[in-house]
Write a protein that binds this ligand. Structure first.
Ligand SMILES: C[S@@+](CC[C@H](N)C(=O)[O-])C[C@H]1O[C@@H](n2cnc3c(N)ncnc32)[C@H](O)[C@@H]1O
Length: 228
């Protein structure tokens, strides 16, 4: 399968499941305290609270700059992060997901786009969030994606990646959220994610790996990195 046909399948699959995905996962974050802790830490780093504030160019380090939630789906995490005091907008490959997000959170901005080619200027963002959205990207294509994240981040900006932290494998998904889908899901060792981020100029700040929770089939990884 080529990268292009892979993206088409991902887009079509998420267009199919968008409404039911939003309905089924809506309240999920409230039952995941460790996941919320990583989002809270990310928000604090992006806001540039307290020590280490660099006010060059009129910005606290990262503070005041926006975050792109890349692969935002129905916008539930975009809204959560925005509620933590970090101005956040969403981007997703799936027009149906973007439509759901716009309907559900009319006060936030959501656009259709692909994470490997963001329609964002160089060096302008305080943060990039990829919350389980890189899981359909083959590991061989992740360097280009992480390079794109690094391109749009301001110096000192942060990236947070949530991913399936299993051994290195591809899991085929043909049914999800009550619908047929055509998706590959990549489980990726945290050291591999950390190494690829570092290769793109995003140095690890910290990571969390937690045991699988309800409806999860492998450990879950969260990796926070900073553009040097
Ligand atoms: C598992 S869902 C996660 C959605 C959202 N982050 C959440 O946690 O609710 C994966 C999302 O990533 C999007 N996605 C996958 N590959 C993408 C790409 N290359 N560019 C942009 N979005 C992508 C999908 O369309 C889908 O909405």
């Amino acid at each position: 399968m080529t990268a292009t046909s892979g993206l088409s399948s991902v887009r079509a699959s998420y267009d199919t499941v968008a409404v039911d995905y939003a309905r089924l996962l809506g309240p999920e974050l409230s039952g995941r305290p460790l996941d919320r802790a990583m989002l809270a830490a990310f928000a604090e780093y992006v806001r540039g609270d307290r020590r280490g504030v660099d006010r060059s160019e009129g910005h606290p380090r990262g503070g005041g700059r926006a975050v792109a939630d890349v692969g935002c789906g129905p916008g539930r995490v975009t809204a959560h992060l925005d509620g933590l005091g970090v101005p956040t907008f969403g981007i997703d490959l799936s027009p149906a997901m973007v439509a759901v997000a716009r309907r559900t959170y009319p006060g936030l901005r959501f656009e259709v786009g692909a994470m490997a080619a963001l329609d964002i200027a160089d060096g302008v963002l305080g943060g990039v969030l990829a919350w389980y959205s890189t899981v359909h990207t083959p590991p061989a294509e992740l360097p280009a994606v992480f390079a794109e994240f690094a391109r749009v981040l301001a110096p000192g900006g942060h990236a947070l990646i949530a991913f399936k932290a299993g051994d290195d494998r591809k899991v085929r998904l043909e049914h999800a959220y009550g619908h047929p889908v055509d998706l590959d899901v990549y489980w990726t060792p945290p050291d591999l994610i950390a190494g690829l981020l570092a290769g793109a100029g995003l140095a690890e700040v910290g990571r969390l790996v937690r045991e699988p929770g309800e409806n999860e089939n492998c450990p879950q990884g969260f990796l926070l990195a900073r553009k040097g």
